[in-house]
Write a protein that binds this ligand. Structure first.
Ligand code: NAP
Ligand code: ZN
Length: 365
């Protein structure tokens, strides 16, 4: 047996965790805080981060306007801005979008490189240290090295990451997620769930990632019903924990075909990331049943669900919201063939096969 498991992020979890001990937030002498248009304020996280920096006597600038599914160009412009302002660390506050953007800004701030160069990990001047304060419970980005950015030049999302792009510290306070709308709660929960599910399937899975993923899947088995009925407030702390745990595993295994299949739904149809995964999950399960049945059975057993029960749950809650005629499946399939995550699944990846995988979305509709 051979494996490596890295988790260099210091994980600080709990209510009021940031203000009760702000000192680990001091990663330099001047911070740039980046957050979404409203999430930093709405969640209370931005207020806490500013208060913590004030207590630490660290000056800072704030950018409130990271787009959802951030574009690489916006990150480059903010990296240039961080350099001009003399920021020596970056704090990402918000959902996966601002935290992923923080990682890219930390690279661009130290390296005056063209946008497309960031996707080749390895940067001459290193990168600025990053702190992450999540306000959603889904991506686990606060503990992954990955940054997923929208790239219009290739009409999809691309990611980069390596040992240097892990946040140094993550502050996870479930209070920041208390006011998340139900749809956002459901979508982000499905993202966390699919991370654990895919990480268990991944050909890079190890005993370390299996141990964590089995824990996460067992706990998720009990979350599906309240997520469906909308009784989500009692789940807040648990979802934030599961999301972070699943982040620690995809940090090491990456995602698989399901994420690759979902990206075009987000890029071309603006479907939120976690929901896109849930919509393509049924055709992905069919694929696993044909080619990775051993691992599929382990995942279902941990969830405490049969194949049919999971299929029914997904069909009920995540029907395909677009028609076959609305989309260019040929183009989508070509993108999958080049996605490194798809290769982690050990299923066929030729274009004809991927087309049949996508066509199956409408099979029983
Ligand atoms: P998001 O794109 O960061 O945010 C979605 C929406 O939720 C935004 O409108 C945001 O508002 C709002 N929001 C965030 N926190 C809120 C709160 N506490 N209360 C109310 N509204 C809130 O969503 P996400 O699902 O967390 O992140 C998705 C992104 O992460 C995608 O780009 C995806 O590809 C990426 N991702 C990355 C990884 C990784 O390992 N790095 C893993 C999975 C996914 P604002 O606009 O005001 O911010
Ligand atoms: Zn994801």
């Amino acid at each position: 047996m051979e494996f490596t498991f890295n988790m260099p992020t210091s994980i600080r979890f709990g209510k009021d965790v940031l203000l009760s001990d702000p000192s680990p937030l001091k990663l330099g002498e001047r911070a740039l805080i980046v957050t979404g248009k409203n999430s930093g304020r709405k969640s209370g996280a931005l207020y806490d981060v500013k208060s913590a920096l004030n207590a630490l006597k660290v000056p800072y600038d704030v950018f409130e306007g990271i787009e959802n599914n951030p574009k690489v160009e916006q990150c480059k412009a903010l990296g240039d801005e961080a350099r001009r302002a003399g920021a020596d660390f970056i704090i990402g506050v918000g959902g996966g979008s601002p935290i992923d953007a923080a990682k890219a800004i930390a690279v661009f701030a130290k390296n005056d490189i063209p946008c497309e160069r960031i996707f080749r990990y390895g940067y001459d001047n290193g990168i600025l240290p990053i702190a992450a304060v999540p306000t959603t419970a889904g991506t686990g980005s606060e503990v992954t090295p990955w940054s997923v950015l929208t790239v219009d030049a290739v009409q999809t999302k691309r990611s980069f990451g390596g040992p240097d792009t892990f946040p140094r510290v993550a502050f996870l306070d479930p209070r920041y997620t208390y006011h998340m709308p139900l749809a956002l709660t459901r979508n982000t929960a499905m993202d966390a769930f699919t991370h654990a599910f895919e990480s268990l399937i991944s050909k890079k899975a190890s005993p370390m990632t299996d141990a964590v993923n089995l824990y996460v899947l067992r706990a998720f088995g009990a979350c599906f019903r309240p997520l469906e009925t909308g009784d989500v407030e009692p789940l807040r702390e648990k979802l934030m924990l599961l999301s972070m745990l699943a982040g620690t595993t995809i940090a090491n295994t990456g995602t698989t075909l399901m994420h690759a299949l979902g990206y075009p739904l987000t890029y071309f149809l603006d479907i939120p990331h976690g929901k896109a995964n849930a919509i393509v999950m049924r055709t992905y399960l069919y694929e696993l049943n044909a080619f990775r049945k051993d691992r599929l059975m382990i995942a279902l057993d941990a969830l405490g669900m049969t194949y049919d029960a999971l299929m029914d749950y997904l069909a009920r809650n995540y029907p395909v919201p677009f028609s076959r005629n609305d989309v260019d499946l040929e183009r989508w399939a070509e993108g999958i063939m080049h996605a490194s995550s798809a290769r982690n699944t050990q299923t066929p990846l030729d274009k004809e096969h991927i087309l049949t995988v996508y066509e199956r979305l409408w099979d029983e509709a």
